[in-house]
Design a protein around this ligand. Structure first.
Ligand code: A2P
Length: 330
């Protein structure tokens, strides 16, 4: 099996390589792919050096699988070209997510819908993934009517340029090439991705639409405010979840404690609750601060944290590749 990682030099690409190594994903040949700027340079994986190639060179090598994380433009241009030579593409960008002919997959929820015919598979938005792994088991039990999501998102979600901006500002240096229109250190920006005509940002609209598509239920109403904070370890979210049916908190705790790849961290008496510092480099999604919304019936408040480069991107993509392999779909 030949595996290409497109965007191998980026933040998510690097994390994909880490996750492949940690989870011991078995393959015969690694093809690291990046832009012409990086082509010819080498990259180390499992103590072996690999030469970085351009997407055009990688297509000629006909990889079996290609995990893309090189921006929407690169995905739009190259994913179909890889698919044409028989490669199964798992794409981290937003380019294909809402295409009705493409599956949008969070393995814990809908990997069973995948077939060998799916040649471009979309990996959802980071904030959406960590939200739906918590929502889905609760939806199956109580039925979700409406969710109000407010996010606190790490700068790693905007790539290296953003991490450099934060660190430069923190070290008193003027960033050469800032990722954001305002300072991010000692500040927060209620602005992630571009503003849309309806006043929401594209990130907010991704959380809304992708949730319906992944959970296969357009009746779930979602509204979101997405916010960038000067944090690097992971994204945090406050979720206000209104159910169709009544719930009991102990049962909610049981459901979440046994949900796949979800970890319950909910012990306020000992100051235990999910935090980006603890989620950093972990593959799980952490949930806590579970409490009843006392202003209306059948409504729960929850706090959810995950490493956006892991479950929000690299881990979810590698899990999709694992599923395809285990089920002989590649
Ligand atoms: P490069 O390092 O050569 O620019 P990040 O989001 O962390 O900045 O990473 C973006 C990733 O996408 C990098 O690996 C980058 O490679 C890669 N990339 C950007 N443009 C292209 C392109 N046109 N073809 C292939 N890879 C690209």
């Amino acid at each position: 099996m030949k595996l290409a990682v497109v965007g191998a030099t980026g933040l998510v690409g690097t994390e994909i390589l880490n996750v492949l190594q940690e989870r011991d994903f078995a393959f015969d040949e690694l093809i690291p792919v990046a832009s012409a700027r990086s082509a010819g340079k080498t990259l180390e994986f499992k103590n072996k050096k690999y030469t970085i190639v351009t997407p055009e060179e990688a297509i000629k090598l006909r990889p079996d699988v290609a995990i893309f994380s090189a921006g929407g433009g690169t995905s739009l241009e190259y994913a179909p070209k890889f698919a044409e030579v028989g490669t199964t593409v798992i794409d981290n960008s937003s380019a294909w997510r809402m295409d009705p002919t493409k599956k949008l997959v969070v393995p814990e929820i809908n990997a069973h819908t995948l077939t060998a015919e799916d040649k471009i598979i979309a990996n959802p938005n980071c904030s959406t993934i960590q939200m739906v792994v918590v929502l889905n088991p609760l939806h199956l039990k109580y039925g979700i009517k409406r969710v109000i999501a407010s996010t606190y998102q790490s700068v790693t979600g905007s790539g290296k340029q953003a991490v450099d901006q934060l660190m430069d500002e923190r070290n008193g240096k003027t960033p050469e090439n800032p990722a954001y229109p305002h300072p991010i250190d000692l500040n927060i920006l209620p602005h992630i991705d571009v503003f849309q005509e309806n006043g929401y940002t594209k990130e907010e609209m991704k959380m809304i639409r992708e949730t319906n598509k992944i959970m296969g239920d357009d009746s779930i109403k979602v509204t979101a405010t997405t916010v960038r904070v000067p944090v690097v370890g992971g994204h945090a979210e406050s979720l206000n979840i209104e159910f169709e049916n009544e719930f009991e908190l102990p049962e909610v705790r049981e459901i979440l404690a046994s949900a796949p790849n979800v970890v319950l961290q909910d012990n306020p008496a000992e100051n235990v609750y999910p935090m980006p510092i603890w989620s950093h480099k972990k593959d799980d999604t952490f949930v806590g601060r579970l409490r009843r919304d006392e202003t209306q019936p059948k409504t729960l408040n929850a706090w959810v944290v995950a490493d956006n480069l892991r479950k929000g991107a690299a881990t979810n993509a590698v899990q999709i590749a694992e599923y395809l392999k285990e089920n002989n779909l590649i």
